[in-house]
Design a protein around this ligand. Structure first.
Ligand SMILES: *Cc1c(COP(=O)(O)O)cnc(C)c1O
Length: 419
């Protein structure tokens, strides 16, 4: 691929060096993918998935066996009692908010134990703005316990923040748009045990966005009551055209389903409109696709560290999501980064992204997403809120080779600019 760049020999040398350094990391990813592929395969077999399930439904969507089998396969893989996997979730935010509104009642308190939640959730939870229909309007409060300076949960403050009104403790696994470590499933299990030791009937919830298949276990396998995520991220495998999922304890999934459709309708309705095969096939591919994205992220970190960029996580640090954060020295460099990724995309490569306001986000945001599924961030994409320090968040990549190409094209531009 090097012939497509200006600095052919330099880029070839540096990538060969980096890939040699990464051989051990790549073997670890290969083992992770093997493990998760087998897990997914066994769930398909145990659920007796058949091509009849691809038919889907229209109208009310009664007796959609494909929809039911998708719920079953997800529940098995995630070690959950039940799941609600639907193309009707418009985004990850919608799935998370549906889960929270499904469980919480007036007078309840939601405690976010891992710092300020992801930007797009803040309005819905009543933490920012005066948006109609937010949690606060229903008399449900949301309290946030900031993380410690090292990015770890503040156990002492969490304990003090739990009151008789606290119903649900939420954990955000991924860093979102923050320069902080992602929480491993082991750390989530530890926090879960701590919360339950304070009051066993407290419910725990994980925003699992970007985390699926980056480890061999998921939060619901280590005692978390409910979790949610987006189908245009990891578990959609790049094929799911839209949607989200909620998985966990049966009773809680039912409460969320009452909120998504209507009480009394729950999981029984909802036409899948031809999406069943894509959701199933995407889930089957997801362990492999996540592996490609992980290799791409590790390559990006190693390559950019060679050129003095600060990265998080570093190439050799453990990962529990697919996000790679990179700190740039100037706004212009961050914009060049996003523009290089857009230019290296299969779709809309001719479009030049610029920073602009986005619904749900406080700062101007620049997004590179030359994707087949609009905004899908399991496909190679990058985004950054335009605020200091200038940090770009890279994620996804359906093939490792594509991520590698995009990163080399960014470096090529930087080398040219520096002369
Ligand atoms: C992506 C993401 C969400 C949901 O975002 P949507 O754009 O609504 O899908 C929520 N939390 C985290 C940590 C995320 O990364």
């Amino acid at each position: 691929m090097y012939q497509h760049f200006t600095h052919v020999e330099r880029l070839r040398r540096i990538s060969e060096t980096v890939e040699q350094e990464l051989s051990g990391r790549f073997r670890e990813v290969a083992r992770l993918v093997e493990e998760n592929q087998a897990k997914v395969l066994h769930a398909f077999q145990a659920s007796r998935v058949s091509d009849a399930h691809f038919a889907g439904s229209t109208g009310y969507g009664y007796d959609d066996h494909g929809r039911d089998v998708i719920d079953q396969v997800y529940a098995k893989v995630f070690g959950a009692e039940d799941a609600l996997v639907r193309p009707h979730f418009v985004s990850g935010t919608h799935a998370i908010v549906t889960a929270l509104f499904g469980i919480l009642r007036p007078g309840d308190e939601l405690l976010y134990a891992t710092g300020m939640p992801y930007d797009s959730l803040q309005e819905a939870l009543g933490l920012r703005g005066e948006c109609r229909g937010n949690l606060r309007e229903y008399g449900i409060t949301c309290r946030v316990v900031p993380l410690l300076d090292d990015g770890r949960p503040d156990y002492a403050t969490i304990e003090r923040a739990i009151t008789p009104a606290t119903k649900l403790v939420a954990i955000q696994r991924s860093r979102g748009y923050d320069w902080r470590p992602t929480f491993s499933v082991k750390e989530i299990a530890q926090l879960n045990r701590f919360v339950k030791s304070i009051r066993p009937e407290l419910l725990t919830f994980v925003d699992n966005c970007y985390g699926e298949f980056t480890e061999m276990m998921e939060p619901t396998e280590v005692g978390i009551d409910l979790m949610a995520g987006s189908l245009i991220k990891n578990p959609g495998g790049g094929l799911a055209p839209a949607g989200g999922y909620i998985a966990g304890r049966r009773e809680l999934v039912a409460m969320a389903a009452s909120r998504l459709t209507a009480p009394g309708l729950g999981k029984e309705l909802g036409a899948t409109l031809g999406t069943n095969r894509l959701i199933l096939q995407g889930f089957f591919l997801a362990p492999h696709i996540v592996g490609e994205a992980l290799k791409g992220a590790v390559f990006t970190a190693a390559l950019l560290e060679h050129y003095g960029f600060e990265t998080s996580p570093r190439w050799n640090e453990p990962r529990s999501d697919i996000i790679q954060a990179i700190r740039f020295s100037r706004e212009a460099e961050l914009i060049t980064f996003c523009q290089s990724i857009q230019a290296a995309s299969p779709i809309d490569s001719f479009v030049r992204p610029v920073p602009s306001p986005m619904p749900g986000y406080e700062d101007r945001v620049i997004m590179a997403a030359g994707t087949f599924v609009q905004g899908a961030s399991i496909e190679l994409s990058a985004d950054a809120p335009l605020r200091e320090p200038y940090i770009g968040y890279l994620q996804g990549g359906l093939t490792y080779e594509h991520v590698k190409y995009a990163m080399l094209s960014f470096l090529d531009r930087i080398l040219t600019e520096q002369g």
